[in-house]
Unconditional design. Structure first.
Length: 338
């Protein structure tokens, strides 16, 4: 996986024209599949078709549906277009009339996230899907909310990171996980157990999540919760710490990890792994796998999942030195630049 730095770039143009429509089963597309409202059936991709070597899942029916009839999909595409263009051009939305309509519910919100993942700019500007972030524990009647993270904004420990590149507003200490095998939807929608998910974990990393947004702070403060979450749950970037084989730990050890965030040597936040949604990093991951599978999606080998905030802070500014401390891992550090 190629990770990029939080580097400033010139404004890029939206890809226009030449987009084609392909009818494919949701299981074929994996994470590239567009929105599905309801049970997994035939889905529609817009824009250039992503490459996929995944075979169709035999248990998903092949039912063709029209494009124009999918009002939820169209609203999600419009929202994705607004958010991805604002991000690519670093022109943050500051007027309510320029915001996409808030989704009607969580499932419609996930339609927007999936359209962002398959938007042409996701690959050309942001390096493609790196994995997922989890957060907002207990919001909207859910255990958590998940959203995409992109390769361009996953960087290595001790890098300098750009505040303006993602419109950064919050830093979080988290546990990151890379899978060693795919976790695909099962026949009959049977859920994975924590033990089964744990066996699929390859490596574990301490991380700093750098939360961003496509709106100004002033506009964000006036928006309803689902309108804010529609913006890929305020996805931004991730600073990856050192990797460790999963067999060096147990889920219980990760649950009890103690964490701190220090700004210029001063402790500004403290927490522990049990603050993750569902009570721990692997509990959080297990919930996510089953929630993703429930939408007909597969969590892929080598995709990154950051499992939710153990502690967080808004108390940072440009030129600050940031260190996240973990009782079971070496520090993760970064410097905030413009």
């Amino acid at each position: 996986m190629n990770h990029g730095r939080f580097a400033s770039s010139s404004d890029s143009q939206v890809l226009e024209g030449g987009a084609s429509i392909h009818l494919i089963t949701s299981a074929v597309a994996g994470f590239h599949a567009p929105c599905m409202l309801g049970p997994p059936t035939q889905a529609v991709i817009w824009g250039p078709r992503p490459h996929s070597s995944v075979s169709p899942h035999p248990h998903f029916p092949k039912i063709f549906i029209g494009v124009e009839e999918q009002a939820g999909n169209m609203a999600a595409r419009r929202a994705a277009e607004v958010f991805m263009n604002a991000w690519a051009k670093k022109q943050w939305i500051d007027k309510e009339e320029d915001m996409p309509d808030a989704p009607a519910d969580v499932e419609n919100m996930y339609c927007t996230h999936e359209e962002m993942m398959t938007h042409p700019l996701a690959e050309s500007e942001f390096g493609g899907l790196a994995g997922y972030k989890l957060g907002a524990a207990g919001a909207e009647g859910e255990v958590a909310i998940y959203a995409p993270i992109f390769n361009k904004y996953v960087t290595e420990n001790s890098s300098h990171i750009s505040k303006s590149c993602v419109n950064m507003h919050t830093l979080e200490a988290e546990i990151g996980i890379f899978l060693s095998s795919d976790l695909t939807p099962r026949e009959g929608s049977a859920p994975y157990t924590l033990e089964e998910v744990w066996k699929a974990v390859g490596t574990i990393h301490p991380v700093i999540e750098c939360c961003g947004r496509r709106m100004t702070p002033e506009l964000t403060s006036r928006l309803p919760q689902l309108a804010r979450f529609n913006d890929a749950l305020m996805t931004g970037g991730v600073v990856l710490g050192e990797k460790y084989d999963a067999n060096m730990f147990t889920p219980a050890q990760l649950e009890s990890v103690e964490t701190k965030i220090c700004i210029n040597g001063e402790i500004v936040a403290e927490g522990r792994g049990s603050a993750c949604p569902a009570g721990g990093p692997i509990q959080s991951l297990t919930w996510f796998v089953n929630r993703l599978n429930g939408r007909g999606r597969t969590l892929r080998k080598n995709q990154l999942v950051i499992t939710g905030a153990t502690c967080k802070t808004l108390a940072f500014k440009e030129n600050d030195e940031v260190v996240a401390k973990f009782s079971e891992f070496p520090d993760v550090s970064t410097k905030i630049i413009q």
